[in-house]
Design a protein around this ligand. Sequence first.
Ligand code: OXD
Ligand code: MN
Length: 604
Amino acid sequence: MEVFPDKLRGRLSSSALSKLYELRNNKLNSFLSDVIDLCEPESIYLVEGTMEDIEYVKRRALETGEELPLSTKTHTIHFDHPLDQARAREDTFILGDKIPFVNTKPKEEGKKEVLSILKGAMKGREMFVGFYSLGPVSSKHRILAIQVTDSAYVIHSENMLYRHAFKEFQGDRDFLKFIHSVGTRDIKKRRIAIDLEGTVYSVNTTYAGNSVGLKKLALRLTLNKAVNEGWLSEHMAIIGLEGDKGVHYITASFPSGSGKTNTSMLGRLVSDDLAFIREVDGEARAWNPEAGVFGIIHGINQKDDPIIWEVLHSEDEVIFSNVLLKSDGTVYWDGSGEPEPEKGINFSGEWWKGKMDDKGKLVPASHPNARFTVRLGSFRNLDPRFDDPEGVKIEGMIFGVKDYSTLIPIAEAFNWAHGVITMGASMESARTSAVLGKSDEMEFNPMALLDFVSVSLGRYLENYLMFGKKLSHEPKIFSANYFLKNEKGFLNGKEDKRVWLRWIVERIEGNVDGLKSPIGIIPLYEDLSRMFSSVLGKPYTRENYESQFTIRLNGYKQKFLRIREIYANIEDTPYEVLEILDKQIADIEYYMRKFGDNVSPFQL
Ligand code: OXD
Ligand code: MN
């Protein structure tokens, strides 16, 4: 028996109603009628993804004042509440039993609370319903998702960041569900509640990392699904690197704000933030669940980020968020290399140079976590295969951190398990501005995913180790750190990462040997010297090499002891994890007995 709820009739246009009717998706209809009962919107707009829909949403975002027009007609600016400028860790929780390192709330209690805040939240408001696919629409691995929101800015962002897939909802298809309301913007009542059965509720927030369901909220659901089904749903960019023998795809996992977006611009862009990785015929294949970029804008300048700069200055559609709006209708952000204006409007309201907040701290012109939202199609380095339903074959994986004191710039793991555990699972990185709170504190952040794990780390790593066992072509695993310092300051220039990527490609193509060290395989001086010259046209001295690749054995040892302690205290950590860490520590200690606290690469 078909149920076509009456509730839908009064609130939808007749053409939207008949389209919904034609889908004959009872799960969808009953979901929508439940949301109507809960949020009580005045009207509903279905976003199928037609030109008309796209234009309508953009217009509504301006009419509601959620976005303001800029002098370039295709650009807009959006501001989030001053206390809602980043991901709200404390207000985001998985509904369910306690899991170490994961913010959880008992299911009944957490759900009751968020539902009570959402009750009637859309009264007098328009509700948008968007239909999307995570991953290429024609891929058999794509995941369908629905966003319901009363924010035109949120649905506008979804339209730019994800693939429309209305027709795919035909029949009783399953889908992930995201329910968002701007609410009353009362930060004390901000809640992001994640029900791993497939629904996320978000209210009293607009910052996209908390409100745009398909991005970081979906990641919690797909990660859980991946662990249950034996694949990987990761916080990783996907990049194609051109070698002498063709294009090789790698993934890159970096905590936000430590070089991921920038790294993805150095090759062919497939994804800048997220990856689904599955085993197919013994290969690791990857897809980008997204179709756009929600990137940090702070520090983006013409010299270091020419491709992003070009996109932000093109006629293509851009939503800027939390940057400074100037009186001429253009925008400014810190680190752009342009002169700081005297005044403007920013996330704190009216802004002038020297403005202090109520704690007596200078208010920056643009927020350190200010962002841009653009479509992938705007990037001239977009890989032609970014939408390939078969995905791309992954031959390398980078785990990168922002570490001022210990990790060398680049190293290769001995094998999958060594890389997964000592590089991925052992990541510690300086805290990012993408999260509310203090930045620059060192934080344990395995696979740059700690904020997004929705299962216990033990199960998560067990799945990773099992995944490796299914592969007959294991990707090589690398650790990277662009931020190493000594007493004189940073040891590498911003552009040096091009050389590390070149080394990775040459390792994949089997062109270069490496030097065995206790923590992995490291580059040989001669190879780097050749690459600095061919890639950057720069000399590379033996002193440069020695300062960058001296292995700070004691630093590494202390780090692995900290990591071992963490995993030893997690009940379901696979035994193999501790075994690998113990062996790693023992190997370092062996070198320490021979060389002391540091070993120069010339001694290896
Ligand atoms: C992001 C993040 O927005 O990781 O990508 O914070
Ligand atoms: Mn991210």
